[in-house]
Ligand binder design. Structure first.
Ligand SMILES: [Zn+2]
Length: 375
């Protein structure tokens, strides 16, 4: 049994691959081994297992669960950790010159991080906890955080770790106030997309309206189209701001005769690249293909023929400026649908910025007026 566990952990580390479910099972196995070796089933439960039970229920994007899991298992590459692995010669924090940059120093102890947690009104005990072991810290912190703030906790860890990496890679440090707002916005926007999704999945009447994103965010809608007679496939991509204005759109051919699902995934992948290239971020994403959305949101290895496309989309989704990928009704995806159909008529790649052609602006105005009427 010990063999199995070793192999699995080695497998994560070696490939950088990770699946939430296998992480969960590794935690369970670890707990069982620990109990067997102690010879008692009544001992204190392992922090990683207890923690994992909490995290499992948390409604945040997979990439953020993944980060928390790596944090709790001390797998984040802080300078201290790289020093231990002999990747670096010294451990001092490159932001505040503290003696040692442990993972928890970066996320909690460093001045900027401390200010962000305080501004977000997290319990102060939480900042005074022993900062030696990330697993114990997350676990103990969890007991102090009110349930309504758990997802904000997760998004804050995400924002702070990205900020730390940004500075390490040469970006200007972001003022704490902006980091605070970023964590709040991500949390609000994601929670809102869950509500919208839940409503559209649980109610027999789908939400037929398109909704603009929150202030400061962009929304990407994508769609695929197929001409069954010719075998042609096309992708439609549109990005709008919080006023519902078009900021960018793209019509392009997809490879001929690929499946409908592959066309949807192709549209998703090219749409995300387009938005990232044009810096239309932070970004929330919508597609009317439930299957495509589920495939890219799930963490399991994809063995289907579309595996390469799915992996390609997931790699793009790892970018911290992407908040969510949600499913919407086809009626709420009219603008992207029109562009996809246009791409079947027009061979060349077309791109519009700020102002689109008339046949498209119709749909854009429609979406905008529907949302302003409904408030
Ligand atoms: Zn520091």
């Amino acid at each position: 049994m010990g063999d199995t566990l070793d192999r699995r952990i080695w497998h994560f580390a070696k490939n950088g691959r990770y699946s939430v479910k296998s992480g969960y099972w590794a935690a369970l196995e670890y707990k069982r081994l620990e109990e067997l070796s102690v010879g008692s089933l009544a001992g204190p439960s392992s922090p990683s297992l207890k923690l994992w039970k909490h995290l499992w229920k948390l409604k945040v994007p997979q990439k953020i669960l993944h980060l928390l899991w790596r944090l709790a298992h001390n797998l984040l590459p802080s300078k201290e950790m790289l020093f231990r692995r002999r990747v670096t010669q010294e451990t001092s924090c490159f932001r505040c010159a503290a003696v040692s940059e442990s993972t928890l120093h970066a996320l909690v102890g460093c001045d900027v991080s401390m200010q962000v947690w305080e501004a977000l009104d997290f319990p102060s005990e939480f900042l005074l906890l022993n900062l030696n072991d990330a697993g114990f810290w997350v676990d103990a912190a969890w007991d102090l955080i009110p349930p309504v703030k758990q997802s904000l906790f997760a998004f804050t860890v995400w924002v702070l770790w990205n900020e730390r990496n940004g500075v390490l890679f040469g970006f200007q440090p972001t003022p704490p106030g902006i980091l605070v707002q970023r964590a709040k916005d991500y949390d609000d926007e994601f929670t809102r997309s869950l509500v919208v999704n839940h409503r559209s999945l649980s109610s027999p009447i789908h939400d037929v309206k398109w909704h603009p994103p929150t202030d400061g965010f962009f929304k990407l809608n994508v769609d695929g189209a197929a001409d069954l007679a010719t075998g042609d496939r096309g992708a439609g991509v549109i990005v709008r701001d919080s006023q519902g204005n078009l900021v960018g759109a793209l019509a392009m051919r997809a490879p001929s005769r690929i499946s409908v699902l592959a066309t949807e995934l192709y549209a998703l992948k090219n749409g995300i690249s387009f938005a990232l290239d044009a810096s239309l971020v932070p970004l929330v994403i919508e597609s009317d293909s439930l299957l495509a959305v589920n495939m890219v949101n799930c963490d399991e290895e994809c063995l289907a023929a579309k595996g390469g496309l799915v992996d390609g989309v997931r790699r793009l989704l790892n970018n911290h400026v992407i908040v969510s990928v949600s499913h919407i009704s086809r009626h709420a995806n009219k603008a992207a649908h029109r562009i996809a159909c246009f791409s079947l008529r027009d061979q060349s790649l077309s791109c519009w910025l700020d102002e689109g052609p008339l046949w498209l602006m119709d749909a854009v105005y429609d979406d905008r007026s529907e949302t302003s009427v409904s408030g």
